[in-house]
Design a protein around this ligand. Structure first.
Ligand code: UDX
Length: 424
């Protein structure tokens, strides 16, 4: 099938490269000429396992093409996927101006019969509003369909190839079938529904997962206060099939480009519809407080005052397996610690960027050297394997704050260091 993908961000590139691998001809429209140049040169602008290989093979085979001209990109496309940013607006609601701008740019140029797919996470009701808008400006025969993505960074390519489900929200059955056809070859349940429900599936899924993480963090905080070990508590809970062991790892709070934005957007969607989603408001509040709890531990570990102290930070990315700093709790911790008067020396195996208020160093050992407190903020496996004795010798102080519960507290203590975890 001839398909077009507008927006070469994470979601767009994985979608485009994945569809090319399924045998479709894909043209990507992307306004950033530099990014198009990178892609044409066979490189991936993101660190994402498997993506570079997939992009390269599509580009070499000619099944994947790039252009800065969106109108050229949609020419002869049967399906047009919009994979565009929907940043958080001032009031927490998703800002749709980029999506609307592109719809206005290409709407009049689409062939009758084209399926226009909203893949970005958009406020509930957006697909219907875009449909109404296209109908009003006299663009006939275009069907707007909601097909939310469920890709997690670090596993996005395999999430595309082996999806947990494919959700298709359409008001016209033929359009839904065309979209289902494009995914033929993927072994996944297909959920056919209306666009509003499809949009809600995405928000509800992310809100549930964010709530689950936050529940784990809140239980960790209680465990810490009463002298229980949250890791044992979660292990004991997880054997109940209804609960399970996954996605409840305590840490510095959830982050990333989706959960913080989508939870706030859902609160705002519910409020606009007359329902106060106080449960989710609580989740957001508990999550933000979780950052401060970690900073409190770092302060306590530094003797009660961070002024003039040095904190060695391990990890800046919002989770292991990515270089992404968007919504990163680690970055927030670094900022709070710096604002409290400490110097921050940070090492992240995937992050090389220059960052305000942070001195970047090249290894775990360098981050430890001369630090009063060592703080583990991202769960990179190599941090779990550090030589704790050797690290301890480089520290100026004797304290480790393990905001990801990566290390064995007994090992840290036997190296003569003090240990703070989350909920243990
Ligand atoms: C998420 C969803 O998983 C994905 O389906 C959606 O499309 C986009 O948002 P992503 O943001 O890439 O993907 O990361 P994910 O692995 O889900 O983690 C989100 C956040 O929760 C991270 O900050 C992570 O560190 C945190 N988390 C996750 C925990 O603190 N504990 C856990 O047990 C799991």
């Amino acid at each position: 099938m001839n398909v077009s993908v507008i927006g070469a961000g994470y979601v767009g590139l994985v979608q485009a490269a994945g569809l090319a691998a399924l045998g479709h001809r894909v043209v990507i429209g992307e306004i950033d000429a530099e990014r198009v140049h990178t892609l044409e040169g066979g490189d991936s602008p993101f660190r994402e396992p498997g993506l570079a290989e997939l992009l390269k093979s599509g580009t070499l085979a000619g099944t994947l093409q790039f252009t800065t001209d969106n109108v050229a990109a949609i020419k002869s496309a049967r399906i047009v996927f919009l994979t565009l940013p929907t940043p958080e607006g001032a009031d927490g609601a998703a800002d749709l101006s980029i999506v609307e701008g592109v719809v206005d740019e290409i709407g009049g140029k689409l062939e009758p019969g084209t399926v226009l797919v909203l893949k970005s996470t958009v406020p509930v009701g957006t697909a219907d509003r875009v449909q109404e808008h296209l109908d009003q400006v006299g663009t006939s025969g275009i069907v707007v369909v909601s097909n939310p993505e469920f890709l997690a960074e670090g596993s996005a390519v395999s999430d595309f190839m082996t999806p947990s489900r494919i959700v298709i929200g359409a008001r016209v059955r033929e359009a839904a079938d065309v979209l289902a056809d494009v995914y033929q070859g993927l072994d996944a349940p297909v959920v056919f529904t209306d666009p509003t429900s499809a949009e809600m599936i995405k928000y509800a899924s992310n809100a549930y997962l964010a709530t689950r993480v936050t529940f784990g963090n809140a239980i960790a905080n209680v465990c810490e206060a009463i002298g229980a070990d949250v890791m044992d508590v979660l292990r004991g809970m997880g054997h109940d099939e209804r609960i399970g062991h996954h996605f409840m790892k305590p840490g510095p709070g959830f982050g990333g480009s989706c959960f913080p934005k989508d939870t706030k957007a859902l609160v705002s969607i519910a409020r606009a519809a007359g329902y106060r989603f106080s449960l989710l408001e609580g989740v957001i509040e508990v999550n933000e407080a979780q950052h401060h709890l970690v900073v409190d531990k770092v302060r306590a570990a530094a003797g009660g005052d961070l002024t003039g102290k040095t904190v060695g930070m391990l990890g800046l990315a919002y989770k292991a397996g990515t270089a992404d700093l968007r919504g990163s709790p680690a970055l927030e911790l670094a900022r709070l610690i710096h604002a409290a008067g400490a110097k921050v020396h940070a090492f992240d195996p995937a992050v090389q960027s220059e960052l305000a208020d942070i001195v970047m160093v090249g290894s775990t050992m360098e981050a430890a050297r001369g630090a009063d407190v060592l703080l583990i903020a991202t769960e990179w496996p190599e941090f779990a394997e550090m030589d704790v004795e050797a690290v301890g010798e480089l520290l100026a102080g004797d304290a480790v704050v393990d905001a990801r519960n990566l290390l064995d507290p007994a090992v840290v203590r036997s190296a003569g260091l003090r240990y703070w975890g989350v909920g243990r």
